[in-house]
Write a protein of this length. Structure first.
Length: 220
């Protein structure tokens, strides 16, 4: 048998658990109810709730204050600095404009006087050229009266150049008058050697026209 064989082999038989015996009239023990997990922490109420609200309010105010500070540093303050710089530059420019206006006002009488002097100088130069032309023509008349054709031509050497400058300075009918005088002068130079009488007559006409031009231009 197996037990005898195990005994003979020196191996103890494994113990077997006794089957539970239920006596008559004894009920089996009821199983323990499952353990429910602990519920979450109950919502605070009263002073705890008020404290939590105050904490969140402080946090929100702190975040808002940080945002306002960042906005101030990144936008408001740079804009104020720029406005202050622009106002300073505007004041500097305004002072410069005022200084320039004062300088213009100070120099304006001198500028007007300078322009007037320039006009007077130009007018005097024109009158002087016209007087020189009259001297040339009168000297040529004197030479022709002395029957000196060479001296007459020498007296009229620079006359046309003076009349040309006078013509360029004048306008309208006065310039046309000077142009006619130049044509008359060219005719006189051609007549000095060929026709003494015609030369004397044209020199007289030239002189009279020059005197008329002087009176119209300078009132002399």
């Amino acid at each position: 048998m197996p037990e005898e064989e195990n005994a003979n082999l020196g191996v103890e038989p494994e113990p077997t658990e006794p089957e539970p015996a239920f006596e008559a009239g004894v009920q089996a023990p009821e199983p323990e109810p499952p353990v429910e997990p602990e519920s979450a922490e109950p919502e605070p109420s009263g002073p705890g709730l008020l404290r939590r609200i105050l904490v969140w309010a402080v946090v929100v105010l702190l975040v808002f204050a940080l945002g306002v500070g960042a906005c101030w540093l990144t936008q408001v303050q740079p804009q104020r600095d720029r406005i202050a710089s622009l106002e300073q530059r505007a004041q500097s420019a305004e002072a410069q404009v005022a200084s320039l206006q004062a300088e213009v006002t100070r120099l304006s009488p001198f500028e007007a006087e300078n322009e007037s002097l320039q006009a007077q100088l130009k007018r005097s130069s024109q009158h002087l050229d016209l007087l020189f032309v009259l001297v040339d023509v009168t000297s040529a008349q004197l030479a022709m009266a002395q029957e000196d054709a060479v001296a007459a031509k020498a007296a009229l050497t620079g006359t046309d150049a003076r009349l040309s400058g006078l013509e360029s300075d004048l306008e309208g009918s006065q310039a046309d008058t000077v142009k006619g005088l130049r044509e008359r002068l060219t005719l006189v130079k051609e007549e000095v050697d060929s026709d003494e009488f015609a030369a004397r007559r044209d020199l007289e006409i030239l002189a009279n026209n020059l005197l008329s031009l002087e009176r119209s231009l300078f009132g002399d």
